[in-house]
Design a protein around this ligand. Structure first.
Ligand code: ZN
Ligand code: ZN
Length: 180
């Protein structure tokens, strides 16, 4: 996921390159991202290279309902602008000052290599689902007897009352008593 963009930087505004990512993997923030696939388009703007990538990947997490391992599919459509360290390759003066926002992950290095790895890793991580599931219809853990209901069909499910409604029932009961 490292691209030489020297020809883009010395070329014309609007020049572009297309790349495919096939079955790559990377580790970021303790997450192992695998089966990274998709297409990357690099386009020269006036001072930067605009990256547009449609990427899918998978990672492993715990199912939020049954806590068993879950394979999580992620999809991102990322758009980032990379600025060249060799500012003299692009038109116009380099107006970057120390005060400007400067993200190391979005710099094209002195050798004109654009490394997508870090920013793509960040984009994929931010697309991780908050509540991953091992499967869409995971039945989760029984709150009464704690069995994994995907494996064991316990008999608690039908008789158990949702604790929120049980609390409400108590309140109404007490209310009725004090009114007497
Ligand atoms: Zn599950
Ligand atoms: Zn049960």
């Amino acid at each position: 996921m490292i691209y030489n963009v020297a020809s883009l930087l010395t070329g014309n505004l609007g020049d572009s390159q297309q790349h495919e990512i096939e079955n790559e993997s990377l580790k970021t923030n303790g997450h192992s991202l695998k089966k990274i696939n998709g297409s990357v388009s690099l386009m020269r703007t006036d001072r930067t290279v605009l990256v547009n990538a449609e990427i899918e990947a998978t990672t492993h997490d715990s199912c939020s309902r049954c806590l068993e391992p879950a394979t999580v599919n992620i999809f991102v459509n990322m758009e980032e602008e990379f600025s060249p360290a060799n500012a003299d390759l692009v038109d116009g003066p380099n107006n970057r000052t120390d005060d400007d926002y400067y993200d190391e992950a979005l710099v094209i290095d002195e050798q004109n290599f654009l490394d997508l790895t870090e920013s793509l890793g960040q984009a994929l991580l931010s697309a991780l689902p908050i509540a991953p599931l091992c499967k869409e219809d995971c039945l989760g853990i029984c709150p009464t007897c704690t069995v994994n209901r995907n494996i064991i069909r316990c008999s608690c499910a039908k008789s158990s009352v949702d604790p929120r409604w049980a609390g409400l029932a108590n309140l109404t009961g007490k209310g009725a008593e004090s009114a007497d």
